[in-house]
Design a protein around this ligand. Structure first.
Ligand SMILES: [Zn+2]
Length: 459
């Protein structure tokens, strides 16, 4: 029994496809995409016991993995304290060369500490949340799919909320959207003042393409105020909306998207938050001032590599910026309930604009793979993953009236990707010009991080 469990664990973590024992093949299934699993799950024959065993295996292996990074963080922290102690003791006597060497070592230790904490507190839990969502899918989707088929047979899908998809743009999903414009602008002003907002990408061809795409999706949505699109010079893979239709897309997200349907799906989801006024609803109790007071406090601690940074210090040094790691989730309208609503509306808007609505799910998968482990940490903070969310999205797709030609890829998208290449290059070399609360010691050797590809693989 023991051997069987560790075999499956290895298969799961190193994502080795291929079958052997049944349990092994269940592990292999967890490395498949959500869309593949929606297709396959009704035909899979895993027993309740096998699924329960896998759930335990996941729990156990997550703990092993988290503990490993916790220990690593502890060691970096001790090293950091030691270096700072040495600097304090010798500050009046050391040579300038030695001083710079110590500064570099402290800087590197902070980066390693921050990186280990990001993995411990964010990346590893996300990896396992995704696996768990896929296990839930294998377990629950077959019955859910049968229910959906039955609902479609009985035409019961018309009784779900927002079922009137032919009236998109003419129905009401968030009365008073125009009242949010001032709130959103105020939030942006505050963020600028705090130096939290990365600079804009102004490459005209990339900008034109993204602004046009967002405007086209918005025109097919329930948003009746103008969408204001900004591309941020950040390697983070994320997008977010502030109340009032202020859409922010990170450069990293444009880089990560594979086709226009994926990008349109993300944009449609974000537009839904503004249309349904999620940010406004969640912010009702808090004021913008209090939200930014908190953000400033958190930012101060982590931008300077303080003791409880979850990776923003690391992110900043590497141009990820980490904005998504500090923004208040209320301001962005992120809650379990509103994510589900934005998924439903987003799928409808992407579909209504002519796109393959499963683009959004495909983007999730993209993030769930190694690409998302570090650069996508903020994507999963602002777009938390759980089975209900994926199921809800797929359910909505099945309920939508069928369309014959749905756009997945366009030449305009591929051209944008070409124009993006020099922008990314410039963004990476401009790293030093990026705002930081702490001026880094220059000319230090670039620290080496272990590859995250084999995140917690059992060797
Ligand atoms: Zn969302």
């Amino acid at each position: 029994m023991r051997t069987k469990v560790s075999l499956s664990l290895a298969a799961l973590l190193t994502v080795v496809p291929g079958a052997g024992t049944t349990e092994e093949s269940l592990a292999a299934k967890l490395s498949k995409s959500y869309l593949e699993l929606f297709e396959e799950a009704p035909r899979l024959q895993f027993s309740v016991t096998e699924i329960a065993a896998m759930r335990e295996t996941l729990k156990r292996s997550e703990k092993v993995c988290v503990d490993r990074y916790k220990q690593e963080g502890k060691e970096h922290d001790q090293n950091l304290n030691q270096l700072q102690g040495e600097l304090e003791r010798t500050t009046r006597t050391i040579t300038e060369v030695k001083r710079q060497d110590l500064h570099c070592k402290i800087q590197t230790a902070r980066l390693h500490l921050s990186h280990a904490r990001l993995l411990e507190k964010s990346s590893v839990p996300i990896l396992y949340q995704n696996r768990l969502a896929k296990l839930d899918l294998i377990e629950k989707w077959p019955a859910e799919k049968a229910r959906i088929d039955d609902e479609i047979r009985r035409e019961a899908q018309y009784s779900r909320p927002y079922s009137n998809v032919k009236d998109i743009g003419f129905r009401e999903v968030g009365k008073g959207q125009e009242d949010d414009i001032k709130e959103g602008q105020k939030a942006i002003d505050e963020m600028r003042k705090l130096g939290m907002l990365p600079k804009e990408i102004d490459e005209p061809k990339v900008r034109e393409y993204v602004v046009d795409l967002a405007a086209r999706v918005a025109a097919r949505s329930d948003l009746r105020i103008p969408v204001k699109t900004t591309i941020l010079d950040s390697q983070e893979i994320n997008a977010f909306t502030l109340p009032g239709g202020y859409l922010f897309i990170d450069l990293g997200l444009l880089q990560a998207a594979d086709d226009e349907a994926q990008l349109a799906g993300v944009i449609a989801h974000e537009i839904s938050h503004a249309a349904a006024r999620h940010g406004h609803k969640l912010m009702r109790k808090a004021t913008i001032a209090s939200i930014f007071y908190q953000a400033a406090q958190v930012a101060t601690i982590i931008f300077t590599g303080g003791s409880y940074g979850i990776g923003t210090y690391y992110a900043l040094q590497y141009g990820f910026y980490g904005l998504g790691l500090v923004l208040d989730l209320n301001l962005l309208g992120v809650s379990r309930e509103y994510e589900m609503e934005a998924d439903q509306l987003g799928v409808q808007y992407a579909w209504n604009a002519g796109y393959d609505p499963s683009g959004f799910i495909r983007f999730f998968d993209k993030m769930a793979t190694k690409e998302g482990h570090v650069r996508g940490a903020s994507w999963f903070r602002t777009h938390p993953v759980f089975y209900d969310r994926m199921m809800n999205t797929q359910r909505e797709i099945l309920f939508l009236p069928a369309k014959t030609a749905m756009i997945e890829q366009t030449t305009a998208f591929q051209q944008m990707k070409k124009h993006l290449e020099p922008v990314v290059k410039k963004s990476l070399t401009d790293e030093k010009a990026k705002p930081s609360l702490l001026i880094p010691e220059s000319d230090c050797a670039k620290p080496k991080f272990p590859e995250d590809d084999n995140l917690c693989a059992i060797r």
